[in-house]
Design a protein around this ligand. Structure first.
Ligand code: NAD
Length: 485
């Protein structure tokens, strides 16, 4: 049984399956309200079957011992995605809403990640050490077994591939649980996997259903050796609790409230559009959104004015149109959540631009919100403290470097930060003292598969990408020889 053009099935143990209860998850285009397609809404029962078949394939196939096969499989997947580049990008935009330019970036980044980890599969290095005249130790990196990947809706392909590629490169079997708002694009990736003979049947399964049922079953299963979540910090807490069943490894890529720190000596011509983009890309629905701008008071008026112009020049609309700069929010409830934050901003601060749902003509069919900038908020305001996950920038001012640092670090989150200055000493000093997993100097949103990414504080646990990202998906084994020569 193969998925049809708008009905996407689950892939369990190498077979396409429907839900035993015949329930579905409908996936709607957030720009038009139209149905894009549907995926089965499966339950605990199907999830357990997927986990068991992944476990059996891991035990019985040579996947974990065959790095060259894994390299060939991951490379073939990258090439398959290249062949289907436009189809995939269009599906992401239709299902998630982001602009087609952003979807192109998403597919390009995913392909690059697959190619990097294809190569990395052949360099899963251990080490050996003669520790005493008669004692030789060999340290090996081994696959964990079955890994559960629980993914969000905001960058549905890139954030799946970011974990799938290292998990498979390390030799694991994988059960994927995508977000219920965007199940189709993840299933599309698994369709490509099904067509590639290098992947043993059952090494990758996908189950679509609710977080509370399918996600929790994965996180609690004693047959799962590791669970990876990319999602909200509160979901991360639940996963940590679920993982206690068998003390499984946990990798968490969670929320953020990232600051851009703009000093008076910065190159504003370069900084303004990149700071604007850092918050309005994906309509602010991105973990590393530069949602707080800390600006030196001497340039604040000029910066606020320039960012206002930037925001007001953005074309908001259906992401499939080439001229659109910002797409819709994912759902009506996401808009309502943003509206509640903005209501606080209206009461406690000053709305410089935006602050309303876009209405009229095609806007009425989707979930469109105006790019919004708010100033004059107290440091403990909810808008400064909490992740909004929408196109809302909060601007604060500072007078000294120490004050900027204090404001930047006054957060439960620590995912990323941008530092804007032409003074190299200040850039280095500041970047060492900012509590964030990634600090960009005079740029923002620069990510590469070879460079680690992850959060300080409540933004996560562990690292994705790079060698650390590969090692997250490995166990370490020490084999020891007592020699008599
Ligand atoms: P979410 O936490 O609501 O959902 C993420 C996934 O977890 C979904 O598949 C969901 O079904 C599942 N889930 C929910 N409850 C669960 C439970 N109890 N047990 C197991 N699984 C469960 O997040 P979202 O709304 O899809 O995504 C937005 C959030 O993700 C934001 O906070 C954003 O910052 C974060 N995010 C972080 C990164 C990063 O790299 N740090 C990247 C993208 C998104």
């Amino acid at each position: 049984m193969e998925s049809t053009s708008n009905e996407y099935y689950n892939y369990i143990g190498g077979k396409w399956e429907l839900s035993s209860t015949n329930e579905w998850i409908d996936s709607y285009n957030p720009a038009t309200g139209e149905l894009v397609g549907r995926a089965p809404k499966v339950s605990r029962k199907e999830t357990i079957i997927a986990i068991e078949s992944a476990n059996e394939t891991f035990q019985t196939s040579d996947w974990g011992m065959a790095p060259k096969k894994r390299y060939e499989a991951l490379l073939a997947l990258a090439l398959k995605m290249e062949e289907n580049f436009d189809e995939l990008a269009k599906l992401i935009t239709m299902e998630q809403g982001k602009t087609i330019k952003e979807s192109h970036l998403e597919v390009t980044g995913s392909i690059d990640t697959l190619k990097y980890f294809a190569g990395a599969a052949r360099t899963v290095f251990g080490r050996s050490m003669q520790v005493e005249p008669t004692n030789l130790g060999i340290v090996l990196k081994e696959p964990i077994g079955v890994v559960g990947l629980i993914t969000p809706w905001n960058w549905p392909i890139l954030l799946l591939i970011r974990e799938l590629a290292p998990a498979l490169a390390a030799g694991n079997a994988v059960v994927i649980k995508p977000a219920s708002l965007t199940p189709l694009s993840s299933i599309q990736i698994v369709k490509y996997i099904d067509e590639i003979p290098h992947f043993p049947k059952g090494i990758v399964s996908i189950v679509t259903g609710s977080g509370s049922e399918v996600g929790e079953t994965i996180a609690q299963s004693e047959k799962i050796g590791m669970v990876s979540l990319t999602g909200d910090t509160s979901t991360g807490r639940n996963i940590l609790k679920s993982a206690t069943t068998n003390i499984k490894k946990v990798s968490l890529e969670l929320g953020g409230k990232s600051p851009n720190i703009l000093f008076e000596d910065a190159d504003l011509e370069k900084a303004i559009p990149l700071i604007g983009k850092s918050i309005f890309i994906s309509a602010g629905q991105i973990c590393m959104a530069g949602s707080r701008l800390l600006v030196h008071h001497s340039i604040a008026a000029e910066v606020v004015n320039k960012l206002k112009q930037y925001a007001e020049n953005l074309v908001v609309g259906n992401g499939l149109s080439e001229n659109v700069d910002m797409g819709p929010l994912i759902s009506d409830s996401q808009i309502q959540s943003v509206e509640q934050f903005v209501a606080i901003g209206r009461e406690q601060g000053n709305i410089i631009t935006g602050g309303y749902r876009l209405q009229g003509s095609d806007y009425d069919k989707g979930n469109f919100y105006a790019p919004t900038i708010i100033t004059d908020l107290a440091a403990d305001c909810k808008i400064i403290k909490e992740e909004i996950f929408g196109p809302v920038l909060a601007i604060q001012t500072f007078s000294t470097d120490e004050e900027a640092l204090e404001l930047a670090n006054d957060s439960d989150y620590g995912l990323s930060a941008g530092v804007w200055t032409t003074n190299v000493n200040r850039a280095l000093k500041f970047s060492r003292r900012v509590q964030a997993g990634t600090v960009w100097i005079n740029t923002y949103n620069k990510n590469f598969p070879e460079l680690e990414f992850g959060g300080y504080k409540q933004s996560g646990l562990g690292r994705t990408r790079g060698i650390d990202g590969l090692n997250e998906y490995c166990e370490t084994k020490h084999i020891h020889f007592e020699t008599d020569f």
